[in-house]
Design a protein around this ligand. Structure first.
Ligand SMILES: C[S@@+](CC[C@H](N)C(=O)[O-])C[C@H]1O[C@@H](n2cnc3c(N)ncnc32)[C@H](O)[C@@H]1O
Length: 334
């Protein structure tokens, strides 16, 4: 069975996938409504289910388009090599704005050249594989994996938190992710689908047996639109934005998650559950630090799905304060 490429994603459930699958009721179709890295959606695909994966971020959408929706298409060896050749008409968009801000000059030039080569791929799935690997490479090269200020000095070999991986040539990093995403393509004989939307806007139209909900945990300091702004720039707005502000040259984000601020997360859950009421079963990931609390979330769910089982386990994310952290899984039925 092909393997999903190694993830580095805020809130990734890579190490919880087996647990989540083991509590997902028998079904033939699943919506992964906040698919992130794509690792959970891919695991459902491996079980032979028809999978719909959705994420608000375009950079995350490409993970799912490449590996979940895509049942057949791979890059040939020639197409892989062409992604590394110098392109005569490449723009210098990343080089112009991000040298010394997020990456050194040679990496910015590589990313510009790569973008030009990716744009020449005529198949949308091939472009998705190439972009998924590019997004993964950009994250890998960022200390801590988030596009936050002042991180470039961490890459210097003199910095106390330096990691050898930062010295790896970007071509080699990209090649290994490209091969991994290419190798992950397989056919589960289902009409899987990747979407790039606000879940609140689409969930009422989706017909599946089970919905898996893993939204940003209310009260975590993750802001996906900000923390991944650079890969959004690369995969969604390349060459289109020229006004940036702040030390890392961010742009103003016009989209809105609804699950970031504690003040809005309760009503977003309420809307989500109202609009997903027609889906017979929900599996919801959450933890003991988040808002609304376990009790509040249970009360919200119970309005629509009175039959609720909560399973839990100790869990440590790769970074942050993991002290007495418990991961919950709500399994909810009508
Ligand atoms: C906790 S992460 C999901 C991690 C994923 N399960 C994994 O294992 O990689 C939450 C995801 O929700 C997405 N998101 C935030 N607000 C959203 C919205 N309104 N609609 C769809 N996706 C949203 C974020 O971009 C992020 O990828």
């Amino acid at each position: 069975m092909p393997q999903f490429p190694m993830t580095q994603y805020l809130g990734s459930k890579r190490r919880l996938v087996k647990w989540i699958l083991s509590y997902t009721p028998n079904c033939t179709s699943v919506l992964d409504a906040f698919s992130g890295s794509g690792v959970v959606a891919y695991a459902y695909k491996q079980q032979g289910k028809r999978v719909i994966a959705n994420d608000l971020l375009t950079s995350s959408y490409f993970f799912a388009k490449a590996t979940v929706e895509n049942n057949h298409v791979r890059l040939s060896d020639d197409e892989i090599e062409r992604l590394f050749t110098p392109h005569s008409y490449r723009q210098s968009y990343i080089e112009q704005h991000y040298v010394g801000v997020l990456y050194p000059a040679e990496e910015c030039r590589f990313l510009d050249n790569l973008y030009a080569n990716i744009s020449e791929l005529d198949d949308p799935y091939k472009r998705s594989i190439a972009l998924a690997a590019a997004v993964r490479t950009c994250v890998y090269k960022m200390p801590g994996g988030k596009f936050r200020p002042n991180l470039l000095p961490y890459r210097s070999p003199e910095h106390p938190y330096h990691k050898p991986k930062f010295q790896k040539p970007i071509e080699d990093v990209y090649r290994s992710f490209l091969l991994a995403y290419n190798a992950a393509v397989f056919n589960n004989r289902q009409a899987n689908l990747a979407l790039n939307a606000d879940t609140l806007d689409i969930v009422s139209t989706i017909q599946v047996d089970v919905a898996y909900f893993d939204p940003p945990y209310g009260g975590s300091d993750y802001d996906y639109l900000r923390d991944y702004f650079f890969v959004e720039l690369y995969s969604r707005h390349y060459g289109q934005m020229y006004e940036f502000s702040g030390e890392v040259k961010r742009y103003e984000e016009s989209r809105h998650s609804g699950f970031r601020l504690i003040s809005e997360v309760h009503s977003s859950f309420q809307t989500l559950f109202e609009r997903a009421a027609h889906i017979p079963c929900w599996v919801v990931s959450y933890n003991n630090r988040s808002r609304p609390s376990k009790r509040e979330l249970t009360d919200l769910i119970r309005i629509f799905k009175p039959d609720i089982t909560v399973v839990e386990q100790d869990y440590a994310y790769k970074s942050g304060n993991n002290d007495r952290l418990r991961e919950y899984l709500f399994v909810c039925r009508s």
